[in-house]
Ligand binder design. Sequence first.
Ligand code: RIB
Ligand code: CA
Length: 326
Amino acid sequence: MKRNVIIDCDPGIDDALAIMLALESPELEVAGITIVAGNCPCEMGYQNVRKILHFMNRMDIPVFRGAEKPLRREYVNALDTHGSDGLGESFLPDVNGFPEETETAVEFLARRLSEGDCSVIALGPMTNLAELIRVAPDAFANALDIISMGGNFKSHGNCSPVAEYNYWEDPDAAGIVFAQMAKIGKTIRMVGLDVTRKIVLTPDLLNYMERLDPKTGNFVRRITKFYFDFHWEWEHIIGCVINDPLAVAIFLNPEMAEGIAAFTEVVTDGIAIGQTVVDEKEFYRKPANAFIYTQVDVPAFWTMFFTRLLHKNAEELPLLKTFTGV
Ligand code: RIB
Ligand code: CA
């Protein structure tokens, strides 16, 4: 029985890799992809998803345009990280000649989640989800599972000492989503920087991908080269942290990671704006509204990523152990 998912994203280099992993996972039925302004403006994200779907020969997947700016804050993109085209300045050609959806992201989210048996994998700022809560709270509550790449617990931020981009860019939306989870007595699964920082695509892994599957490996190289340069310049690491694919991987295999259930809030103003405040010691004595991932089995992630994107069995990947530090 396939698991139905909607991917809400801001593609974005790592969003693109996450979409590729989801499309190569037979357990998933991607019911649709909704776009939110984040790494790049919404329209650029829409065009970028179609470039990814075209490469994957999956133009059957419907794509829906969503929020063009955060609920309240000024919109701040991350094109400095993802390149002027949002896909690592790969400058892939626009994809034309295919039908375009007229429903908005929120209309689609409301309609499809109301039908039941569908989860959400959120890989960008949660503006669309906050809007969904405003207009169709029952549809939101009907989501089977909501997993979000975003936030950070004990790891430092990437937009301030304490805030991660997705929740920093639209802290009001993130705050609304976490508060709604508390209100309906559910938990959002937060795949934050504490675990995603451990997922580093290195030159060795990229070379290995290309050797095993030149077409896919070269495509990944094209869209990540800019990201490699950014990571060397700003974080002095050789490689690039690919955050979003880990949220897909943990959705597919929760055994891959560990964490804690805790009542969590998002700071919406002041110097700590966008910070996730995780009540680890139950100071407030409130029921958990989030599951915060703190540990991940890194080799298990890379085995999943390589076997699915490159259509290989684990036994065909003897060098993976060398490259993932096992
Ligand atoms: O902070 C990393 C997150 O922000 C990732 O989802 C990246 O794509 C950006 O959206
Ligand atoms: Ca993203």
